[in-house]
Design a protein around this ligand. Structure first.
Ligand code: GDL
Length: 702
């Protein structure tokens, strides 16, 4: 643990604040869970719990209301339990939704509430002003020169009223760099806080962002100099209250241990579900302990990151090893029964019984035990959960900015299998063999997820399982769909009803209305090629015929208009404009047209020998790419699949016509096609002499 240090501002000896803030939106934890948390904190060497559940009535929305005798009794018990475990219980209140800072009655009400909690045995407090409206009411505007002045005045007054507690935390409204205008060092708000907040009050800070990917020493030095004190990090790295599909069970990470001497403390605001926070809190504790070995000659060799496979590793802390330590301890929790009536361990003699007409065995509670006979179904059994299962669970639900390694591999492999699906069905080439072998590995990974799911479902500790259930069920469905799709690509099964149907069951498309909204927004997940609401159209691809020229021209013109903020004439000319514009005809058998119920909605055209066309446009072709392709889709085609099928078919046709490499030209404004070719995987950017500015060439060998 970090050594206690003397505060420059107050001369008080301060221990490094470490622990948990229950500061998320949604259902607060139960008193039993909190009490268990204190025991864990004690065991793991953490020393603080900040009580700040956003949706606890009397913490925020009804902050003025005093606790009833029943509530008081529970809080007293909680505060006592914290003390018993050496955990500092900090009571936080969030009056910012509607307090009038300049009204003395309001300040008196706040003091009365905190006095009540003080009477419960609590001696550490916190005022939170996060996530509130920054516009002051007219009365406050009259009384204070800024919002920061209003908050600081009330906070100082309450702090003094409570007798300047040893621990008193203030959460600013601009609690991360992203909220500061224009930036941290020039933020008038933070400067006011730094200069006017009494020195005994510590300030909470979430880092560069609300959910910070990295927190660097430099960023902390910068904010500390403005705040005139080292902040306490309120870390949202494991918070999941903003997305019901995510939960984080990766290790505490991307905060160098060099930060520890620069900070007043770290409190993690983790997942809303209590049990899955085992990893978040255990690894934070390991991180906090890591500093203990510094300079003292007793560095914890087990925990040092050196020689680890983690890039830029910390000499004092290895997230990977911290994770293994946490999961090893967590496994024991999973295996301990938490509810009466759980499965009884099977008596091995029962399993040996051959015939069902023997007398049923009696257990110690007298229930008959069913023993299947020789022709009966064997009993369902799931093997006990293993450390590998928990490792996989953590990797599938890792961190907000990072999937775990198995998750990354599965995504990469699925992407590759999709991009190279033309390999299947060819004569047995090397590529086909590679495709099949990678598909097999993908399948093994999918099966490991299902096995983990079964073993988790059978784990004796039901409370942990229930907290995880929705998430593991969700990932199981996602993996089931992906697996079925790969099998179908490999010709091992007919197109799966769930993957391909135009009328999927509710569980075949996920995410509800919110998911649909998101998929329709332009910034939706940068991995996505096109926005694709549920498929409603049936597409067909057929060979191009000269009668299609007019429709193709229309699409070509329309796309040019969309691409150009300026009139079409201002766009740099592409060699393929001639093909799409009808001046050039595609080579025989090298044109395809996409149709939906409204008619032609896309085209893919190729010239096997583009030398002459290139010369006309003052380009010099790169030697290995003599052929030109161009593809365009009407904006109403929101599903990426037909586009991929069409370009795949065109490339096959061109190869059959003798081409060994194709290229395409794209204007930089045509992001959609640029993304499309980039994500196919096989196309790369080419150097080509004579390309106009703002035009890129991409190509692939055939
Ligand atoms: C926030 C909220 C917090 C919430 C978190 C993650 C702070 C200081 N406040 O902004 O209550 O749980 O985001 O959604 O972080």
């Amino acid at each position: 643990m970090p050594k206690p240090s003397a505060s420059k501002a107050t001369g008080k000896t301060c221990r490094f604040i470490s622990g948990v803030v229950e500061g998320f939106y949604g259902r607060p934890w139960t008193m039993e869970q909190r009490t268990e948390l204190f025991q864990r904190e004690k065991k793991w060497g953490l020393n603080t719990y900040l009580y700040a559940p956003k949706d606890d009535y009397k913490h925020r929305m009804y902050w003025r209301d005093l606790y009833s005798p029943e509530e008081a009794e529970k809080l007293v018990a909680l505060i006592t339990a914290a003390k018993k475990n050496g955990v500092d219980f900090i009571y936080a209140i969030s009056p910012g939704l509607d307090i009038t800072f300049s009204n003395p009655k309001e300040v008196a009400t706040l003091k009365r509430k905190l006095d009540q909690v003080s009477g419960f045995g609590c001696s550490s407090f916190s005022l939170l002003f996060d996530d509130i409206e920054t516009e002051m009411c007219p009365a406050d505007k009259q009384a204070f020169s800024s919002f920061a002045h209003a908050q600081v005045a009330v906070t100082n007054e309450v702090f003094t009223h409570l007798g300047q507690p040893d621990t008193f935390l203030f959460c600013p409204t601009d609690y991360c760099a992203a909220f500061c205008t224009p930036n941290v060092s020039q933020s008038a708000y933070l400067h006011t806080v730094g200069e006017n907040l009494l020195p005994g009050i510590d300030v909470l800070w979430t880092g560069p962002k609300v959910v910070s990917h990295h927190i660097t020493v430099e960023s902390i030095v910068e904010v500390s100099s403005v705040l005139k004190r080292a902040p306490v990090i309120w870390d949202n790295i494991h918070a999941n209250d903003y997305d019901p599909q995510r939960i984080f069970m990766g290790p505490y990470k991307d905060r160098p241990t060099d930060l520890i001497p620069k900070l007043r403390g770290v409190l993690t605001n983790p997942n809303c579900e209590y049990h899955p926070n085992f990893v978040a809190i255990h690894t934070l504790a390991t991180w906090c302990r890591s500093e203990g070995g510094r300079g003292g000659g007793q560095r914890d060799v087990e925990m040092t990151g050196g020689g680890d496979d983690e890039a830029g590793s910390d000499p004092c802390y290895s997230p990977k090893r911290a994770l293994t330590l946490a999961l090893t301890d967590w496994l024991q929790e999973f295996l301990s029964t938490d509810q009466p009536g759980g499965p009884r361990p099977l008596n091995p003699t029962h399993l040996k019984k051959e015939s069902s007409d023997e007398e049923p065995m009696q257990t110690d509670v007298g229930d008959p035990v069913y023993v299947p006979g020789s022709g009966d179904n064997p009993l369902f059994t799931a093997e006990p959960l293993t450390l590998d299962d928990l490792q996989l669970l953590s990797e599938l639900f890792y961190l907000p900015y990072e999937h775990g390694s198995t998750a990354r591999t599965m995504l990469t492999e699925l992407d590759w299998l999709k991009a190279h699906r033309e390999a299947v069905g060819d004569a047995e080439t090397e590529m086909t063999a590679e495709w099949r072998s990678r598909a097999k590995c993908f399948d093994v990974m999918c099966v490991a997820v299902f096995t983990m799911f079964n073993r988790l479902s059978n784990a004796p500790n039901r409370s942990i399982l229930y907290d995880l259930y929705n998430y593991i069920c969700d990932i199981k469905s996602g993996v089931t769909l992906a697996r079925a799709y790969v099998k179908q690509l490999g010709g091992q099964s007919r197109p799966s009803a769930q993957v391909m149907t135009d009328d999927p069951e509710p569980w075949g498309f996920r995410g509800g209305l919110s998911g649909e909204f998101q998929r329709m927004l332009p910034c939706h997940g940068n991995r996505d090629l096109f926005r694709h609401p549920p498929m409603t159209s049936v597409y067909s691809i057929r060979p191009f015929c000269p009668e299609d020229k007019t429709e193709i021209q229309k699409i070509h013109m329309e796309m040019q208009r969309g691409e150009a903020k300026a009139p079409a004439a201002a766009l740099p000319a592409l060699i393929s404009d001639g093909l799409a514009g009808g001046q050039l005809s595609p080579s025989p058998n090298c044109g395809l047209v996409l149709e939906d119920e409204r008619g032609v909605c896309g085209y893919a055209l190729g010239l096997t020998d583009a030398t002459a066309a290139a010369l006309n446009n003052q380009r010099t072709l790169p030697g290995d790419f003599p052929s030109l392709v161009t593809m365009q889709l009407h904006p109403r085609v929101t599903d990426p699949a037909p586009a991929r099928r069409m370009i795949g078919s065109l490339l096959s046709l061109m190869k059959t016509s003798g081409s060994r490499g194709v290229f395409c030209e794209l204007r930089q404004g045509d992001r959609r096609m640029f993304d499309f070719y980039s994500k196919l995987g096989s196309f790369t950017t080419l150097k080509m002499a004579g390309l106009p500015q703002d035009v890129v060439a991409m190509g692939t060998s055939l």
